[in-house]
Design a protein around this ligand. Structure first.
Ligand code: SAM
Length: 240
């Protein structure tokens, strides 16, 4: 599990730095310790953790932990921060999909593929950004969104209050894809295999499945549309 590996690498770096400091009789400051652990953990992560991102995470983790300790916040503030993190990201343990939002450019491009008066389903609706955007720019489209995480769902519920959008809380796997003109997903590589099996089983013949950014293993899209944003995002389009 990634978290155990993160803690294991950090602990190994701390032990190595402590041994070195003991042997060399090094009177390091707290920042000296944190900096040494950071560099060593980032180096170890090259062997012991997958993906370049983990090196950066290991590099910043000890420095961020020390900076946080020096903030001297009361303990309830950390409990509150933890509770908010669980409410926003708690489902990530299961879904492996964090929260990030579609931008206006991606949604304008998506809107070009939704027929007039059509229906759109947003799988993993986040804070309701997609449905709110369609409510403003394409009120002819009937929209439905489903979101698993409680706090994003609640924010979406407030945002979409009084609109015609249907905003559901639950697992996207329990939501039927039948009857929609376009099904949209902006999830993560980890979710795409299972989602494709669902698309194959449930998507209407004439309907379009659109993934923002993430590919489906061994299923090249029928079309790729460049969003034109700073991330180089693409909308990937499939029919069944
Ligand atoms: C990257 S965000 C995209 C949000 C929104 N669709 C947008 O484009 O702005 C993905 C969202 O999908 C949600 N999610 C991931 N897996 C899910 C699942 N199995 N069921 C419901 N929601 C899920 C996450 O909680 C997260 O809020």
């Amino acid at each position: 599990m990634q978290v155990l590996r993160l803690l294991g690498v950090q602990l190994a770096a701390l032990v190595l730095v402590a041994l070195t400091a003991h042997v060399l009789d090094w009177p390091a400051s707290a920042w000296g310790w944190a900096g040494s652990c950071a560099v060593l953990a980032a180096v170890l992560a090259g062997w012991l953790h997958d993906g370049g991102w983990w090196r950066l995470i290991h590099l910043f983790f000890p420095l961020a932990a020390l900076a946080a300790l020096q903030l001297d916040w009361p303990s309830w503030a950390w409990l509150l921060a933890f509770a908010l993190t669980v409410l926003v990201y708690g489902a990530v343990w299961r879904t492996r999909v964090p929260l990030y939002l579609s931008n206006d450019k991606a949604l304008s491009l998506l809107a070009e593929r939704v027929p007039k008066g059509g229906t759109l389903l947003d799988l993993g609706g986040g804070t309701g950004t997609v449905l709110a955007w369609f409510g403003r720019h394409r009120p002819d489209v009937q929209t439905v969104g489903v979101e698993a995480a409680w706090l994003p769902w609640l924010i979406g519920w407030v945002r979409l209050w009084g609109s015609s959008a249907r905003w559901l809380r639950g697992d996207l796997q329990a939501q039927s894809l039948a009857g929609y003109d376009v099904v949209y997903a902006y999830l993560s590589p980890a979710a795409m295999g299972a989602l494709w099996r669902k698309v194959e089983a449930e998507l209407d013949d004439a309907a379009l499945f659109v993934s923002n950014t993430f590919e489906i293993p061994d299923q090249p899209p029928a079309e790729r549309l460049a969003v034109g944003d700073w991330k180089g995002s693409e909308l990937l389009l499939w029919r069944r």
